[in-house]
Design a protein around this ligand. Structure first.
Ligand SMILES: Cc1ncc(C[n+]2csc(CCOP(=O)(O)OP(=O)(O)O)c2C)c(N)n1
Ligand SMILES: [Mg+2]
Length: 274
């Protein structure tokens, strides 16, 4: 994509994406609210700036690859893909309905969704596989894998971290949605991660630490990640679970709960009033 979009433009898109996420979840009556809202800028900064894809040819061989390893946050991905015209926005209201392509966790078959995910811990291993394949094909594609901070409890992640460093997979860009909460509460109380930067560095990954809601920092990180050679990169993105709606922020009871109709109306007033 040529040049950087204006921050103002991206902020507007992020606001629209949040509105779509909340409407979808309320309509479905279930789903993961907090962890969808925390990744909005990370997705918007990627898809509307850096990511090479063609929504009309979603399987185009030279496309970049995005893997939503924290698959439960798929409402955010669906809203972004619809906004990019991978499929019609009208389909968003079918989230979690019987027979839909918009399952509660991503399923291959929906244009723009590369892998079925939702069983946490697997995405980075798959990213490594794509990256090794691209190397064999001499293909310049980049592989992005978005993980949750709670998801880092999964041992498979750390196997994949070792593998990525061993094969010097500099076409892999991991992203950690460091929103400090997981299903059972605070990450720190469940299984502490700190010092997290040093842990990735010890495994020989380049680490970029950013505010994951600051679109300039997000775009800068994706730019910088491309320049690192000889090792993979991970972006530790500090975020807020439930970001963008005052009564959802850092309220972990909305981890796997959709807003009620009344809550949706309140949230829309806040977002539309921005
Ligand atoms: C292997 C596996 N175990 C348990 C779950 C259930 N689960 C869904 S979301 C979640 C919490 C993940 O926390 P985090 O990665 O921090 O994501 P966030 O809630 O912040 O979006 C869990 C345990 C799962 N999806 N996969
Ligand atoms: Mg989390």
């Amino acid at each position: 994509m040529a040049g950087r979009p204006e921050i103002k433009t991206l902020k507007n898109i992020a606001r629209e994406i949040r509105i779509e996420i909340l409407k979808m979840l309320t309509c479905a009556g279930s789903g993961h609210t907090g962890g969808s809202l925390s990744i909005v800028e990370l997705l918007v900064g990627l898809y509307f700036y850096k990511f090479r894809c063609d929504p009309k040819r979603p399987l185009c061989h030279t496309r970049d690859i995005f893997i939503l390893s924290k698959g439960h946050a798929c409402p955010a991905l669906y809203a972004v893909l619809a906004h990019m015209n991978f499929f019609d926005k009208k389909e968003l209201c079918t989230l979690r309905k019987v027979g839909t392509r918009l399952q509660g966790h991503p399923q291959r078959g929906l244009p723009g969704v590369e892998i079925s995910s939702g069983s946490l811990g697997q995405g980075l291993s798959i990213a490594n596989g794509y990256a090794l394949g691209a190397r064999i094909d001499k293909d310049k594609k980049r592989i992005y894998c978005l993980m949750g901070d709670g998801e880092l409890d999964e041992g498979q992640i750390w196997e994949a971290v070792l593998t990525g460093a061993h094969y010097k997979l500099d076409n892999v860009c991991g992203i950690v949605d460091y929103n400090k909460f997981q299903i059972d509460g605070k990450v720190e109380d469940t299984k502490a991660l700190e010092p997290l930067k040093e842990k990735w560095e010890a495994f020989n990954w380049e680490v970029l630490e950013i505010d994951g809601h600051d679109l300039k920092e997000v775009m800068d990180a994706y730019d910088r990640a491309e320049t690192i050679k000889g090792k993979p990169v991970v972006i530790l993105a500090h975020t807020t679970k439930g970001k963008g709606v005052s009564f959802l922020e850092n309220q972990n009871r909305y981890h796997g709960v959709a807003p009620t109709k009344e809550e949706l109306d309140r949230a829309l007033k806040e977002l539309e009033g921005e």
